[in-house]
Design a protein. Sequence first.
Length: 358
Amino acid sequence: MTPLAEILAKQIKTTGPITLAEYMSVCLLHPKYGYYTTQDPLGLDGDFTTAPEISQMFGELIGLCLAQCWMDQGSPDQFALVELGPGRGTLIADVMRATQHVPGFHIAADLHLVEASSRMRDLQAKALPEHRPTWHDSAETLPHDRPVFVIANEFFDALPIRQFQRDPKGWREVMVGVSEDGGLQRGLSDPAPIDALKARLEDTEPGALVETCAHGTAVVDALARRIAEQGGMALIVDYGGWHSDGDTFQAVRGHRPVDPFAEPGRADLTAHVDFEALARSALLAGCAVSQFTKQGVFLERLGITARAQSLAKGLGNEALEAHITAHRRLTHPDEMGSLFKVLGLYPGTESPPPGLDP
Ligand code: SAH
């Protein structure tokens, strides 16, 4: 048993089963034994990899997209450049490098990073030696007095979800309990009506499973209010669909799927992002929302192929091979190109960010 499994089993025996959301939060962010608190999960030697770790092209194109939106909104002379969940800081470092020659952009920008793990904050500080970011525990404390230009790549999939299984008498919530042998196990609560899931009664049958992510919609609400009132925009890039449909809770360790309840704190836990729920939250907060767009399409529209060709010129055999593979991984429909989607949030008075349709 991992130390975290012992802590959770003891808690559950004392106060009863916990929701999947509580389980996920503790596993990922427990101050001593949480997954993001104890290790650097990214890259080839880690448990999973992300688009900016695969190629510098991803962060460069995101940077140019952010800078173009900033210019389209009249180049405001003070704005917050924000990343949610910056991991190793690779993406934001690529954004800064790609935008260094955009006149006035760096002078107007102050950098804000929303990051829960102090270990990840140290890595981010190292990746940004020339910049002085302000770190935040949550999006709630982002500035209220200037436009916010935001990027979030693979952030929302790490936020805690709850799962509900439809039952003839209402919804049963997936809970984490303790089995007879003392290990952690999945269980179901008694059925109850859930007001927030009323609309899902129309498109689900008994037995169907839906996921909700209150943390995700709250983060979008905080961003969208600022974008609507102060200007700016947000790019949300992640794997997921338009609608939560079925069980997408997963654990990954060493680039392989593992049992999410077997070694709490040692595996990455994620769920697919329900983009419809995020879009609804943004619209309610008064923000416009772009078309839901595949990552491959978005990157092609931003010019990834031209950038790939220009970078390829300086590369020898092996590096060229790796570069071609990276381009394919980011864009091809069989790789990240279709599974990953992009949603843009922007003020209703503006056009959507480059690469996205209204
Ligand atoms: N965006 C990066 C890393 C994605 S990994 C990339 O593309 O490479 C997820 C990141 O979100 C990590 O930095 C993790 O520590 C952070 N994170 C996870 N849950 C969080 C939460 N609830 N609040 C703030 N940061 C969180």
